[in-house]
Design a protein around this ligand. Sequence first.
Ligand code: PTJ
Length: 258
Amino acid sequence: MVNVPKSHPRYVSLTIRERLVEAFKKGIVVPEGLMAHGRGEALDYIIGEATHEPARKAVRAAAALMLLSKRPVISVNGNTAALVGRELAELGRELNAPLEVNLFYWSRERVEKIGELLRSYGAGEVLLPTDDAEEIPGLESSRRLVSRRGIYTADVVFVPLEDGDRTEKLVRMGKKVIAVDLNPLSRTSRAATVTIVDNVVRALPELIRVVRELRPLSPQELRETLDRFDNERNLRESIAIIAQRLELLAAYEEPLGD
Ligand code: PTJ
């Protein structure tokens, strides 16, 4: 692993890259996952690698939805296992929700490796798509394979960093979907019930913190928190932040990036 000096101005971003490259070498992340990260990284660069107000509002709505849920399930792919596996295990314990490995680029070996990694982080229940397998209706990708005890019967599915198809199909099955995606224009972002436009690396610790903060609220108060949230309006606010950042940079009102 390359040793990134802490003094480097892009230390955090370079360390995240190194984590993904290491996970790629171990067979957790696919090469396509590195490309997907590049797209996310570019958007993160534009928003100043910071959590903005729309993301904070979405985290509150997501936490309320998770606390109201009877059967929440956390879906994990290669990238999220590598970047926030530990936090996903912690969120699962906090919500008493199973983690389910669900991959786009499917291989039995990788499914098992990711399952093992999550268990090494102290995850409670870890479901694999090979356990009591069912199929998401109308979905052709490998993501269609889900566990009956998990995503198939969940009422709320948390899908940090996703491709759009499955989100649409899960919503069509009557489920509520919470997504984390740095791209507010993606199909996932538009199809989800609540989209957190932020880097998973910042969103997960914040989500865990807010779940703990909102836990004492009554179901009525949680429902009010959720009802105040409008995903489409929130996505438009995130797009406005991207536009404003670029305008300020173009108008010499912010220092150019490094
Ligand atoms: O492990 P697998 O086989 O399930 O494959 C995982 C990937 C990520 C390769 C697969 O789901 C995929 O191809 O995803 P997409 O369609 O490229 O979508 C990934 C989305 O995540 C893009 O919109 C990126 O902008 C966004 N993204 C990338 N890195 C991050 C991110 N969003 C939040 N935080 C990130 N760190």
